[in-house]
Every structure is written in C-alpha cells, then in structure tokens.
Design a protein around this ligand. Structure first.
Ligand SMILES: Cc1ncc(C[n+]2csc(CCOP(=O)(O)OP(=O)(O)O)c2C)c(N)n1
Ligand SMILES: [Mg+2]
Length: 555
C-alpha cells in the first residue's frame, strides 16, 4: 500500500514508542502535522522550539525511550540548536523532525530555505557537530536506509540526537508502507558477559584493600545496576559517593552514602577519598571537570584504581587505572556481586559514615571551607522539608544544582535530573514539562531567576495541557553565579549580572497558576496547603543578592 512520506514518518515515530511530540508548526512541516492528526501520538504546542527539544530530552530521561520534537524549516530548525547540543552532550535519544523548502527551489532563495545551496543556511553543516545522525532527505529511494540508521542511533546503548529534515515535496511523495518492515525497532541486546579474569582481578584488588570507596556514575543508573551496587556496598561495607548526575545511585539517606563528589559539593566525599580510601572503584562515571576537582593529579595519588565503563571513550580519559573493564555496569556489578558471594569475600571493617560526615563538616566550618553560610538557611530548610514530605519519591529537574547537591539527599525512590549536557540556562521548566507528560509522581523544576526568564512562557504550555508542575524559583535578582565570580575574581566590579524582576505573584496570577513566596524558614508552613500532585505552583524562594556559595570555579 502506498502512503505519503509524512504518514510513514508518523508510523516510524509510533514504532519507536513515541507517545508525545513537542513542537511548533510552520507551512513547511504541515503535511507531517496533518498525519499526526490521525495518530495516537499526543502533539504538544510549545512557545519556542528550544523548549520543544528540552521537553523531548526530559521525556527521554524519565521514560528511557525516544523523545521527539517537530519544527518547521529555517528558524524552526535553527531554534533547536542549543537543546539538541545539550541532548548530544548528555547522550539522549532525541529525535527532531524538521521541515524544509521544496527541493525544486533549492538554491533560488526560497523562504526559510536551509539547503546550503545558493548562499542559504546550510543546516547539514549546522547540525553536523551536535547530532549522532542528521539527514536532509532529498529523495525517497534511500529513505529505508535513513530510517534504519536513525532507529539504530536512537535505540543504541550510547544514543544521541537525530535530526531528520524533510523537504515539503518529499513529505508528500508516496512510498510503500511496507518499507517500515525493513527497520528493526528492537533494542540491541545489552547482555554482555564480563570476562571471568576481570572479575577475578577486581576481587583480588578488593580483597587487598582496607578502605575501598565506590564512585558511582550515571552508568550505574542507566544500566539498572543500583540493586547490585547496594548489595556489594552493604555486603563489604564499602562507602559510596557519586557524580552529580548519579545522585541516588545508592540511596543518599542510607548509612554508607557519602553524598556526591565534586567542586560544588560540601567536600565530605572528597575528605573520605583523601583521608581514607586506598582503592577507588570508578563505575560508569565520566570524571569531568567538577567531579575530578579540575583534573587534580593528586586526587587519586597512591591509590589503586578500578575503572568500569561501557563507553571506551570514558576509560582512562582522566586518570590511569590499575584495572580497566569495558562492560555494561549492570552486567559487571551482577557478576562481581555473584563472585563476592561465591568466594565469600570478607567484609571490610564497618565505617561510621554519619560520624565521618559530622566530623568533616565541623572541620570545614572551622577551616572556613563550608560551602554555605547562614544566609542560605531557608534554602537548606526547604530541601529538608522536601525530604520529609516526599518519602515516596519525587522527580526533580534541577538547573541550580549547587543547592540540591548539598541540601537534598536523593532517595532510592526519587529521580534526580541535574542540568548537565551543556549546562544551558532555561532548561529545567521545559524538561520537566516534557517529563510531566508521562510521570505521575510529584514533579519539580528548580531554577534561578536568570534561567527562569529564558523559558518562563513555557509555563503556559503546562497550563494549556494541564500538566501538573511545581516550579521552585530562586529569586536573588541577579545572575548569582556571575556575581559570585565578579565578587571573588574581579574585585566586585559587577557588570551585567543584576536585574529587576517582575512581581512573580502577579505573574503567576496572570498565568492562572498558584504562587507561594518563602522569605524565611517560618514561611515553609505555607507549603503545607499545596497539593503538589495537582495544578501548577510557582514557589519563589528569596535569596540575598550578596549571598555566595563558597566554592571556586576558577574562572
Ligand atoms: C544559555 C546560557 N547562557 C549563559 C550561561 C552562563 N551562566 C551560567 S550561570 C549564569 C547565571 C544564572 O543566573 P540564575 O539563573 O539567576 O541563577 P543563580 O546563579 O542566580 O542562582 C549564567 C549567565 C549559561 N549557563 N547558559
Ligand atoms: Mg539568580
């Protein structure tokens, strides 16, 4: 049976498991929109295409499936760039479908043409560096191959964004519907057998160590290895710290958790690493600038190191290891756990992590190294309030990062998504909205006022589609991080960091959403009246403009 390419594309999306697509129409993509009209996929009209791709990313993160967005040609496509780049850096399976001018006018200066011909914008070049796969589909004879490649990249173990741009005339061409039969929509089997030799070497290193430490990365969460991780840690009494992205890889409220490691953390895990650890297991962590304390050569000096990752690019990227294992973390930890039981490996002497943390914090206070002073007490109190009120877990998208990293202990039931990727402002609200199309747990977007201004109108997208959402807005009337750096590194010569905010209570009123302002710890009582599962709430937390977290990003 012959069907138009536009319809085939929508069936392709359905077969990929896409339930929701975010975007803005334009005349160059209307045939695909028209095919969406008859499909099971819910289309969500957004305010800016950047947000559409952030939403697709948020959707991909909570569902583990493909997130999709759709735009017109020219500006619709170029508006995607930042969020597609973010998905690229975060290895998210985000599929963007964009329209394009009809092929017969290529090179003639068509409206919104971005074919690269005749001096027009070259979208192939534009997306080349930020996608895993991109195609301007000018003909249908190779369409099956293109869709096979697209599916392969989206469903792979190390996915990334895919952009498919389809000229208007190509969308209307007829192709055989059976073409879809050529495409495999199954995920590649990630079952891998970890060589027994590497497990035996891991056991030998573990056995010889007195104070091993696990640094868990996002690879542990991605591969579903949390249960094996917990078992190994508890069985052998090994404390666990994590990268920021892997907060919650083991329950941060449990006895062996040191919280997360990194420049913007309070330093408890760093102290344990420096003072105690003799063997470090780096499990699925990229060890980037912040986690590695700006690639501090002394960080792991004199310690044995095991590094495990499924991605060869990550292995020994930063530090040389005594044992390198390229494997899926789920498979590795399951095999290691079984071997530990089999061989009856002796547990290490128990460690009192709570006492260690209390002591480390007291030392930091005395040394003037504590990351937050009393000016942040209401923020601290807010996060403990969250911990107490959501024992069954919440979903948090976090653009601020530093507060949650220090004040919020991610539980095994929570899902925490810091704004990693390319750390673009204006991400948390759209990403949470994307997630909100699927999640049923209380959903939070944590964002500074600078970031809020970049994406605030997307709140109306949540309003339009009745997506319950709790936005926590840190109001300091400044780009706090910039102000902090200008305070510390540029002698307080503040330039282009401060600004006046609108009255957020009135803004919320005009959006038809609820508003709550927290100026001091007593105001937290106001939160009791909120139903966090229903409606949209803007919780504004006031912070002094001159309050700075005490860490240095060194630039
Ligand atoms: C798109 C984008 N532009 C600029 C930056 C650089 N930047 C990093 S943090 C920051 C200030 C953020 O201000 P705000 O959102 O108010 O958060 P605060 O630091 O005040 O908590 C800026 C401008 C960025 N990360 N992303
Ligand atoms: Mg701010």
């Amino acid at each position: 049976m012959k069907i138009p390419v536009s319809e085939l594309l929508v069936k392709f999306l359905e077969n990929l498991g896409v339930k929701c697509i975010f975007g803005i129409p334009g005349s160059h993509i209307l045939p695909v929109y028209d095919a969406l009209y008859d499909s099971s996929i819910r289309s969500v009209l957004v305010k800016h295409e950047q947000a559409a791709a952030f939403m697709a990313g948020g959707y991909a993160r909570v569902t583990g499936g493909v997130g999709a967005c759709i735009t017109t040609a020219g500006p619709g496509a170029t508006n995607l760039v930042t969020a597609i780049a973010s998905a690229y850096a975060d290895r998210l399976p985000v599929l963007a479908i964009t329209g394009e001018a009809p092929t017969h006018i290529f090179g003639k200066g068509g409206l919104q043409e971005s074919s690269g011909e005749g001096g027009s914008v070259d979208q192939v070049a534009l997306f080349a560096g930020i996608t895993r796969y991109h195609k301007l589909i000018e003909r249908t004879d190779y369409l099956p191959n293109v869709l096979i490649q697209a599916a392969k990249h989206l469903l792979s173990d190390t996915p990334g964004p895919v952009v498919l741009s389809i000229p208007y005339n190509v969308q209307k061409e007829l192709v055989d519907a059976s073409l879809l039969d050529q495409i495999s929509f199954a995920r590649p089997s990630s079952e891998c057998v970890v060589p027994g030799r590497q497990i035996a070497q891991s056991l030998a290193l573990l056995d010889a160590a007195k104070h091993p430490l696990i640094i868990a990365g996002y690879g542990c969460i991605r591969s579903g290895a949390q249960e094996s991780l917990r078992r190994i840690s508890e069985h052998l009494n090994i404390p666990v710290t994590s990268s920021l992205k892997a907060k919650g890889a083991v329950d941060e409220r449990s006895a062996l958790s040191l919280g997360s490691l990194g420049v913007t953390s309070g330093g408890n895990a760093l102290r344990y690493l420096q003072q105690q650890a003799d063997l470090v297991l780096v499990l699925g962590a990229g060890f980037n600038e912040r986690t590695s304390y700006v690639w501090d050569k002394e960080l792991l000096a004199g310690k044995k190191l095991i590094q495990v990752d499924n991605n060869a690019q990550q292995l020994e990227k930063v530090f040389r290891a005594d044992l390198v294992v390229q494997a899926d973390l789920g498979a590795y930890l399951q095999a290691l756990d079984a071997a530990i039981q089999d061989q009856n490996l002796a547990a290490k002497a128990p460690v009192d992590i709570a006492a260690f943390i209390a002591n480390a914090q007291a030392q930091a206070d005395v040394a003037g190294e504590a990351i937050f002073n009393r000016q942040f007490d209401q923020v601290r109190a807010f996060y403990s309030w969250l911990e107490q009120h959501f024992p069954d877990g919440l979903v948090m998208f976090d653009d601020n990062i530093v507060f949650a990293q220090n004040f919020y202990r991610v539980s095994a039931k929570d899902r925490f998504y810091p704004n990693t990727g390319i750390s673009s402002l204006g991400h948390a609200i759209p990403a949470a909205i994307g997630a909100g199309c699927e999640v049923k747990q209380p959903l939070f977007a944590m964002i500074g006022d600078g970031g809020f201004h970049m994406c605030a109108m997307e709140i109306m997208t949540a309003v339009n589609y009745d997506i319950p959402l709790n936005i926590v807005l840190f109001n300091n009337s400044t780009m706090g991080l910039i102000r902090k750096n200008q305070h510390h590194l540029y002698q307080g010569r503040f330039i282009d960091c401060d600004f006046a905010n609108p009255d957020f209570a009135l803004l919320a009123q005009s959006f038809g959403i609820q508003h709550c302002r927290v100026e001091n710890a007593q105001d937290l009582a106001k939160l009791e009246a909120i139903d966090f599962l229903r409606g949209i709430h803007l919780i504004e937390i006031m912070i002094d403009q001159d309050a700075y977290p005490n860490y240095s990003s060194r630039r």
